[in-house]
Design a protein around this ligand. Structure first.
Ligand code: AMP
Length: 289
């Protein structure tokens, strides 16, 4: 029988395993997730394994990053399948804290990263990045890993976490994993499971739209006009557009002034397909004249 990945549920047990590994000289990585694992999450485990000796995967559906009307109650939960995937992938420890331990009754502290949290997803989900920054801060302080890995799928989240770790002097290196996609281009997401079969067939239009925007930017077409046309095409196919925007990749600042040749931009999209919210993003390098 294949041995299963050990699972700890309390910060005490987590820390005792981490300090045992530290005493053995191991470099430790943390991959925070909300479970319902797919190849995107597992690719982050690969990144972690390539840079550390021991990899902890946390599975915690964080209530503070969901608004009351969002899908916290229905969020997919499948510990057995997750544990089997993590076993196959070579993770060393699963951490599944209880909500009551992460947020004790008298819990009163929140971590907010100003400015970066205010645009894009922060507009329609104003609670979201404070919830994310708070839980990631707690997880990093609990495990004190040498490094932690996050996906570019949630690029704004990655930027918020990098800023938080820098501002709070948390001694953890943040690594990024590229977006893992289905064969038809749709970015993998635990929320893709909510899509009906016709919505699933339509969903790759989001990434196709971002790709077309990238091509048009490379052709130096007028960016506001390109974005307006892209939103129109999505709306026509039944997508409710939250935002389609182009930002400077290193700052998330809008592209309103001159773009320099070679500058790295990022195209961001968020749409609702029925009640399912999909997000995606794509890098584009502004061309020479
Ligand atoms: P989640 O479980 O959705 O909170 O995601 C946990 C981590 O997996 C985050 O760092 C995400 O950015 C990352 N992730 C989710 N989907 C993908 C994907 N398709 N490719 C790469 N990373 C992903």
């Amino acid at each position: 029988m294949v041995e299963s990945v050990p699972t700890v549920k309390t910060v005490l047990d987590l820390r005792s395993q981490v300090s045992a590994w530290r005493n053995q000289g191991h470099k430790i990585a943390l991959v925070p997730t909300m479970g319902a694992l797919h190849e995107g999450h597992l690719s982050l485990v690969d990144v972690a394994l390539s840079s550390a000796d021991r990899v902890i995967v946390s599975i915690f559906i964080n209530p503070t990053q969901f608004a009351p009307h969002e899908d916290f109650d229905n969020y997919p939960r499948n510990y057995q399948a997750d544990a089997a995937l993590l076993q196959q992938r070579g993770a060393h420890l699963i951490y599944t804290p209880a909500a009551g331990d992460m947020y004790a009754e008298n819990d009163a502290t929140r971590v907010t990263v100003d400015s970066l949290s205010d645009s894009l997803c922060g507009i329609s989900r104003p609670h979201f990045f404070t919830g994310v920054a708070t839980i990631v801060c707690k997880l990093l302080l609990q495990a004190l890993p040498d490094l932690a890995v996050f996906g570019e799928k949630d690029y704004q989240q990655l930027m918020v976490i990098r800023a938080m770790v820098g501002d709070l002097f948390i001694p953890t290196q943040i690594l990024a994993g590229e977006i893992v996609r289905e064969k038809d281009g749709l970015a993998m997401s635990s929320r893709n499971a909510y899509l009906s079969s016709s919505q699933r067939s339509a969903a790759p239009l989001l990434v196709q739209t971002l790709q077309r925007i990238a091509e048009e930017i490379i052709q130096k077409e007028d960016i506001p006009a390109v974005l307006a046309a892209a939103k129109g095409r999505l709306a026509k196919q039944g997508f409710e557009v939250d935002y389609i925007e182009v930002r400077r990749a290193s700052t998330l600042q809008p592209v309103i002034d001159k773009v320099n040749a070679g500058e790295v931009l990022r195209i961001f999209g968020a749409v609702l397909l029925g009640t399912t919210r999909l997000i995606d993003n794509l890098e584009v390098i502004y061309p020479n004249s």
